[in-house]
Design a protein around this ligand. Structure first.
Ligand code: FES
Length: 116
């Protein structure tokens, strides 16, 4: 099913636009030229992920070396800081056990469209 989220420029300006999909709140998040959609309730205690922040994380590297990566591909919960991969929805700490549902998003004729 397709859900029209809004004009590309409007969603970009807002950064995160809330929509309802099958009765659930979903945040459509603008990052550069791309859009991502995640369930808007943190699995920890239910904070709105749309109120969170985008960041990166340390990525696999050589021993004793810290390498920052995945810039703006991680969303951090505003309440207690749980972090999730924006593309997969999986928790960075417990990816096999915890995650946010994600939805594909496309742009069609200048309109952001979420697919469920
Ligand atoms: S409610 Fe999201 S980390 Fe606690």
């Amino acid at each position: 099913m397709e859900h029209r989220v809004g004009e590309v420029d409007d969603v970009r300006r807002e950064g995160c636009r809330m929509v309802e999909v099958d009765g659930r709140p979903v945040g459509v998040i603008s990052v550069g030229e791309e859009f991502f959609a995640v369930h808007d309730r943190c699995p920890h205690m239910g904070a709105s992920m749309c109120a969170g922040s985008l960041c990166g994380t340390f990525v696999a590297s050589a021993p004793h070396e810290l390498v920052y990566g995945r810039h703006d591909r991680v969303i951090r919960c505003p309440w207690h800081g749980w972090e999730f991969d924006l593309e997969t929805g999986r928790s960075l700490l417990e990816p096999r056990r915890v995650g946010l549902k994600t939805y594909p998003v496309t742009v069609e004729d200048g309109v952001v469209v979420l697919h469920s």
